[in-house]
Write a protein that binds this ligand. Structure first.
Ligand code: HEC
Length: 243
């Protein structure tokens, strides 16, 4: 048994090494599902900048409108794409075959991305594109080496380049339409939205959790009063007389 266990460990070792890879420190990120304004802005950014290539097929527009407290007419007019209906999933028209021939790899569905990679990874990824003339789109990414995605954020962020030959750090060499602080906020909102999409039931379970606690508190009051009532009889001895 022990030998088999060791054999298994050795078999798994290359995976662990691969997972460790070239680690780039991730930017700190804390999801905030209470911040509805952030989630709404994140959804708008996602629809406008990402849904040309990525779907979020486990997310329905209508569910997002409810959870993020948005008017359904507003969502239908401004965020629902193509001839999708408010009750539809956030899908796109691009076929996997076309996408693969254009980008070398298909843009994956992003419904579960924040759950798979972690929101901090997504947030860092969105900050980490840099100029690399060797790559087909002229850009590379520090947390996703040789990524097939073009840098669609360049207009907002500006152009980043490696500071030195090892590319330990990136620097902004051309300003975008946003200041670095504005870009951080935009990417925060976008990642926050993707974190929500990965776990829409968390928002509901938070609400249920509070209801359960209130219920338990009320139950406690009644249980306590009942106990007091019983003990009154026990202490006065009337319980014994009755039985
Ligand atoms: C022009 C098409 C295109 C657009 C627009 C686009 N992407 Fe991508 N994206 C890709 C492709 C292609 C890949 C796959 C890259 C690969 O596997 O090398 C990808 C990969 C990714 C990944 C990594 C997926 C993984 O494998 O874990 C994330 C995260 C991502 N995109 C987020 C976004 C976000 C957020 C936006 C909107 C700001 C966006 N993308 C816009 C084409 C696009």
């Amino acid at each position: 048994m022990k030998k088999q266990f060791i054999a298994l460990l050795i078999a798994l070792m290359p995976m662990a090494v691969m997972a460790a890879g070239a680690k780039v420190p991730l930017l700190p990120f804390e999801t905030n599902l209470e911040d509805k304004a952030s989630l709404q802005n994140g959804m708008k950014l996602f629809v406008e900048n990402c849904m040309g290539c990525h779907s979020a097929k486990y997310q329905r527009y209508e569910r997002a409108a409810d959870d993020l407290e948005m008017d359904k007419d507003f969502v239908l007019k401004n965020l629902v794409r193509g001839d999708s209906k408010i009750g539809d999933q956030m899908t796109i028209a691009m076929s996997t075959a076309n996408a693969t021939s254009w980008f070398g790899a298909p843009p994956p569905d992003l419904s579960l991305e924040a759950r798979l990679r972690g929101p901090a990874w997504v947030y860092t990824f969105l900050h980490s594109f840099y100029v690399d003339p060797e790559r087909p789109w002229g850009v590379n990414n520090k947390v996703f080496a040789d990524v097939g995605m073009p840098n669609v954020l360049e207009g907002m962020q500006g152009v980043q380049a490696c500071k030195d030959e090892h590319c330990a750090e990136l620097e902004l060499v051309k300003a975008g339409s946003m200041t670095p602080a504005e870009f951080d906020t935009a990417m925060y909102d976008l990642t926050n939205f993707l974190a929500y999409v990965g776990e829409p039931s968390k928002m509901v379970s938070g609400k249920i959790g509070i209801k359960v606690l209130i219920f338990l508190a009320i139950l406690f009051v009644f249980a306590y009063l009942l106990k007091k009532e019983y003990w009154k009889d026990v202490k006065s001895g009337s319980w014994r007389e009755k039985h």
